[in-house]
Ligand binder design. Structure first.
Ligand code: F3S
Length: 754
């Protein structure tokens, strides 16, 4: 689907030389992750050695993928950059805004009825700016990327945490916030803290009921949800080579659940087979020519302890199927222990739903293995005790599994086939009765299982397993069922056992599809006009933020002094607000509503210094804005931690906040504030946080001398007439100070493009 062969050629032409330079610099053999990192520096050739977990490095990713929820604000911002086309190949995928309820056709129509303006907007912007557009129903972003765009040795970013799925094809693929994607689309480098490296050595071979999914369920149990933070997981060994390419994708996908930057595998035969089966023979041929650069060096894999920061070893021959959950993906229970573990914990034994699919597990292999269990159930006179739902990952997979009879098999078991979209995985599931809040269990082959994620019911215990295990457990209706040892009773009262699943890594007759759902952009999009209804509640074109006036700022008021934890969720809440993520003014009505006011310990209740009355934070801020009064936000430690969403910086900026002064920042949020043209400052003396009072007026007295490495001075004037002079540190370099002066990074890019 128009994968960019020239771009891949260019990457492959450079990779050998850059890898060799990196080897000479570091004086050691390299892991695959290091090879991809050092061959994707934004500067080109490597010239220095980076310290893992310490240095911030500028990279130049090869491509970008956006999903429909996060693409809205990313593209609205990109439109501000004054570029004719995105600087690197980019695609948009409409998969998050489709609710699963009745079945594929009806649900898709319903999504078109409710979100058409968003889909149309994304389609037109894509058309104009050279972005490939995957329509609603075409599939889930990561499955579509694996089938069409991922390539060994490449680097991509995507505005979705499970972008990491493309590691199954030997990429470094990393989930980022919209602001990072906009930078790269606009031709700027992308910054990442040089990651640590965790090696996972796989020996043996999967057999029986064990699937690729069980590898990552086991790894999640070992490393826990935080164990991969700041690290790349690199899988290697004979066991790694024995896995299918899509199975590798599953393992990389759920690397997001242990907090890993990304995960990857070295190029091997399974990847070659997958590239050829998905119409990318040319890529396979090119990759074969430079194989040695697309995997870690043999010395590294022979002595992994010497080259990785941590090494884990798993013997696939001995690995048991696992079921992880509830409420967290790292609570791993081997299937043989589930019957006793669920009793000990009081988890509901009866399984209400079995769900197969999502970006994690919806490959041809996954579906065929799960279908082999469904077929046995039909042959052996079993009926599913639980309800069954399937979300195919792409139209290509759906069309092919329909052709090969698997959809029919599932339908005979009364399964619901939902749209090729995220559906229940992201809570887009109108599950009947979920609003009753009853305690119940479901099992799925997705990746995340936090409370409320799937159906909004905090008492739904969601368990994660391989698709074949989901099928078996849904048929039994019992979470404690172990298909390896337990029997089921069929309709004739006979005891039967399920045989281990069988499946095909790739379809024997090849993949097939009538309409994959892709729309290529116009060659020349200059005449395409983008219209957004000014009355729209969900979309709003952005207007550039005003540049700095060139003057010091006097008379700023304190909007809120936030106490304790203030994450990006507190600054810009998710949940129902997500529907406004393409409308800055509407979503701004949630600004800082979750932050705790240090003066009264209340949320969303601050003093309006102009009237002396208390009100909701957005209302008070809008009153300051209407009166032309600049404001500042004061915060505590690690302000802005959590999701990297750019709304948390754009909203305060839109409402007229000029500075955020905190004890310390979460780095990504700090950078996002800088990009939006705000002052992101830290107390030079952390104790000065206590000096800020509720009725303070603040003067920025040396803004005209704003320069790299020099603190700014703020005079806090208190209501009793006293004053405190506060020194504020910052981490702006000269380039970032230009962002501030221009009003935003995008304003500056636009100026440079003019
Ligand atoms: Fe979609 Fe769930 Fe994957 S939301 S992108 S199917 S993690």
């Amino acid at each position: 689907m128009a994968f960019d062969i020239d771009m891949i050629k260019a990457v492959y032409e450079n990779i050998g030389e850059r890898v060799n330079k990196a080897k000479a610099l570091t004086g050691k053999p390299l892991t695959l992750a290091e090879k991809i990192l050092y061959s994707h520096l934004s500067q080109g050739d490597p010239t220095e050695v980076y310290k893992r977990g310490v240095d911030y490095v500028d990279f130049g990713p090869d491509r970008i993928a956006l999903q429909d929820a996060t693409a809205q604000m990313a593209l609205l911002q990109f439109m501000q950059a004054g570029k004719a086309k995105t600087a690197v190949p980019t695609t948009v995928h409409c998969d998050h805004l489709i609710q699963a309820k009745i079945g594929a056709a009806a649900d898709l129509q319903n999504a078109l009825n409710t979100s058409n303006e968003v889909f149309n907007f994304l389609e037109t912007v894509s058309d104009k700016y050279g972005v490939g557009f995957w329509k609603p129903g075409a599939g889930i972003i990561h499955q579509v990327v694996l089938e069409n765009y991922a390539f060994p040795g490449g680097m991509m970013i995507g505005t979705d945490s499970h972008t990491v799925n493309a590691g199954g094809l030997g990429m470094l693929a990393i989930g980022v916030g919209g602001a990072d994607a906009v930078d790269v689309m606009a031709g700027m480098p992308w910054e990442l803290k040089y990651p640590k490296l965790i090696g996972v050595k796989l020996t043996g071979e999967l057999n029986g009921w064990t699937a690729s999914k069980d590898v990552i369920l086991k790894v999640a149990g070992i490393l826990t949800v935080k164990g991969g933070t700041g690290a790349i997981l690199e899988y290697f060994g004979e066991g790694a080579r024995s896995l299918s390419c899509t199975g590798k994708g599953t393992i990389c996908n759920m690397g997001a659940e242990i907090g890993a930057t990304t995960s990857t595998f070295g190029y091997d035969d399974s990847m070659e087979r997958y590239l050829r089966a998905t119409g990318r023979e040319e890529v396979a041929d090119m990759a074969n020519g430079i194989k040695e650069h697309l995997t870690g060096d043999p010395e590294v894999y022979a002595n992994p302890e010497q080259y990785f920061d941590q090494v884990i070893e798993i013997n696939l021959s001995e690995l048991e199927p696992h079921i992880n959950g509830p409420f967290t993906p790292d609570l791993a229970t081997p299937v043989s222990e589930m019957a006793s573990t669920l009793k000990e914990n009081g988890w509901p034994e009866k399984i209400e739903w079995g769900l197969i699919g999502s970006c994690t597990n919806s490959s041809y292999e996954d579906i065929s293995r799960a279908a082999s269990i469904a077929e046995q159930a039909l042959e052996k006179g079993l009926k599913t005790k639980a309800e069954f739902g399937i979300n195919p990952g792409s139209e290509q997979v759906r069309y092919t599994i329909e052709r090969d009879g698997y959809i029919e098999t599932f339908e005979k078991l009364d399964a619901k086939i939902f749209t090729n979209a995220c559906g229940p995985c992201i809570g887009q599931w109108a599950r009947s009765g979920a609003d009753q809040g009853e305690k119940n269990s479901i099992i799925h082959s997705f990746n995340r299982n936090f409370a409320k994620r799937n159906d909004g019911n905090p008492n739904t215990h969601a368990f994660v397993a391989s698709p074949e295990m989901v099928a078996a457990i849904a048929i039994s209706g019992n979470l404690g069922f172990n298909p390896i040892t337990d029997k089921l009773v069929n309709e004739n009262g006979e005891e039967v056992m399920l045989d281990p699943p069988k499946g095909d890594e790739l379809p024997e007759k090849g993949f097939d599809v009538e309409d994959p759902g892709f729309k290529a952009p116009s060659e020349d999009g200059s005449s395409v006009t983008i219209s957004v209804n000014p009355d729209s509640k969900r979309l709003q074109l952005l207007t550039p933020f005003a540049p700095w006036t060139g003057e010091n700022v006097y008379g700023a008021k304190l909007l809120i002094k936030a106490k304790g934890k203030c994450t990006t969720d507190h600054i810009s809440m998710a949940g129902p607000w997500l529907r406004f993520r393409g409308h800055l003014d509407n979503i701004a009505n949630n600004t800082l509503t979750g932050a705790v006011n240090a003066f009264n310990d209340k949320t969303d209740n601050v003093k309006n210094q102009l009237t002396g009355e208390y009100g909701a934070v957005p209302d008070v801020q809008r009153a300051y804005k209407a009166a032309g009064v600049p404001t500042i936000v004061v915060g505590d430690q690690n302000y802005g931690e959590g999701s990297s969403r750019e709304h948390a910086a754009m909203q305060p900026r839109h409402l007229g906040v000029i500075a955020v002064l905190v004890r310390s920042f979460a780095r990504i949020h700090e950078t996002n504030l800088k990009k939006q043209g705000m002052l992101a400052l830290t107390f030079a003396n952390e104790a000065d946080y206590d000096k800020i009072q509720e009725d303070d007026t603040l003067d920025f007295v040396d803004l005209k001398e704003f320069s790299a490495g020099k603190p700014l001075t703020i005079v806090a004037k208190h209501a009793d007439g006293s004053e405190d002079t506060i020194l504020a540190n910052h981490t702006y370099n000269e380039g970032q100070i230009e962002w501030f002066r221009a009003g935003s990074a995008l304003n500056l890019i636009k100026k440079q493009n003019a």
